[in-house]
Every structure is written in C-alpha cells, then in structure tokens.
Write a protein that binds this ligand. Structure first.
Ligand code: TYD
Length: 226
C-alpha cells in the first residue's frame, strides 16, 4: 500500500530542495503525500538528530552513532511512515537506511551484515519503492554546503544548511561514502535512479517527476481530478 520514495546523495547534492519540489508538485496534483527527513522527522527523532550533529560530541563511538541513527529511523517508521503508507499515501523521505550503509558502513567501516540486521530491526524490513541518487562530485558538494551555510542568516530561519559533526569529517570519508552508494546502486539497480545534480533545479525536478509518475496510478487523488 502507498508509495515510498527516498532521496540519497552526498552533502550538497540538493536532495532536500528536490524532495521539497516533488512534494509540492504531488500536492498540487492532488495526491496524498508527506515529506519527512532523516535523522529526524518526529519529535523524538529531532532530539536524536541534535545529539548526532552536535560538533562537541567528538567522543561519540561508531556503535553509538549507528544505533542513534537507527533509533531515529525506528521512531519515524513506526510513528509516521508505516501509518501513512497504510492509508495508501505517498511518503517522501530525505535520506533513509541507504545512508546508514553508505556512511556508517562504507564510510566508518562498520560491518555491513551487522548494519543489515540493525536496520531490519529498526525498519521491520520496510524499504523504499524508489530511491533517487543525486550525483555530485564530493568536493563540489562540500563547497556548495559551506557556501549555503555562509548564506544562512537569521533572516532565513527555514534554511536547513548547517555545518555539522558529520560534514566535518575528512574528504576521504566522504569519498568512501560515495563509493559505497555506487555499490548499493549496483546491487539493486531496479530501485535506484541516479541523476546528475549538476543541472538546473527545474530540469532535475522534471526528470524526477517523470520517474515518479509511473508509480502514481494506484494512488487515489484527494481533490477532484481534471
Ligand atoms: P544533514 O545536515 O541532514 O545532511 P544532508 O542535508 O546532506 O542530508 O545531516 C545528516 C547527516 O547525517 C549527513 O551527513 C548524513 C548523515 N547520516 C548518516 O551518517 N547516517 C544515516 O543513517 C543518516 C540518515 C544520515
């Protein structure tokens, strides 16, 4: 029931913007849709997020980090994602379990089978129907994110870009993460759509919508259809 779509990619790939644009378009078309993010998306998950991104938490053990991401995910799946999918709606999520495999697995070197087991517990086995990978060179993405942070003023409180504990890891870490995403895509090519993040925002948004459209047939629209 429902359609579950996630967005993945390195820092600065513009995932959050594209997830929001897809959300707005689906809403305008009258589809029942929610947009959420990881880590976070619930009251408890946002509290866990603050612990994870805090630059002061340099002593955090990799196991703690993995379990906190998974705990936030467990809450999101049970509080929001599953209930909404069971009503037949569309759930869009900015990052999901693939980020744990890429960041904690390939990035930090955690055992992938162990991550698989933890993820199965956290999600009850729920995986997306479709996952977008927004492809950008790691260094370019980090540059974009830094530039975004510098533009982030109190006048733009909605702007999400923050420089956090996880961004602050070295370039080699971010490169391992991207290599990890490529492996994940190779393993499950049917689920993934890899699109270049080096194109105008509207062009990419149109490509994303074109990939989503075939999945919409079973979703009942809320408003009158034209
Ligand atoms: P965020 O500022 O949301 O980054 P982005 O906008 O690029 O998504 O911070 C989320 C960070 O958490 C990001 O660096 C990726 C990382 N992350 C993991 O390491 N593991 C995970 O399971 C998830 C969901 C995110």
């Amino acid at each position: 029931m429902g359609v579950f779509i996630t967005f993945e990619g390195p820092e600065g790939s513009g995932k959050s913007t594209q997830a929001r644009l897809l959300y707005e378009r689906l809403q305008a078309e009258g589809y029942p849709v929610i947009l959420t993010r990881e880590p976070g998306g619930t009251r408890i998950g946002e509290m866990i997020r603050r612990i994870l991104v805090d630059l002061r938490h340099t002593e955090m053990a990799p196991t703690t980090e993995t379990l906190l991401f998974s705990a936030a995910r467990a809450q999101l799946v049970s509080e929001l994602i599953r209930p909404y999918l069971s009503t037949g709606g569309i759930v869009l999520c900015d990052r999901y379990a693939d980020s744990t495999f890429a960041y904690q697995g390939y990035g930090l070197g955690r055992d992938l089978d162990e991550l698989q087991a933890i993820t199965a517990v956290a999600t009850g086995g729920l995986m997306p129907d479709l996952t977008f990978y927004l492809d950008i060179d790691v260094e370019e993405g980090l540059r974009r994110k830094r530039a975004q942070r510098e533009r982030n003023t109190p006048d733009a409180p909605g702007a999400r870009a923050e420089w956090n504990r996880l961004d602050a890891r070295d370039l080699a870490y971010h490169q391992r993460v991207v290599a990890g995403f490529f492996e994940l895509m190779q393993r499950e090519p049917a689920r993934w759509r890899r699109l270049s993040a080096n194109q105008p925002i509207a062009t990419l948004a149109a490509q994303i919508y074109a990939e989503v459209e075939p999945l919409l047939a079973p979703v009942a629209r809320l408003g009158p259809t034209v």
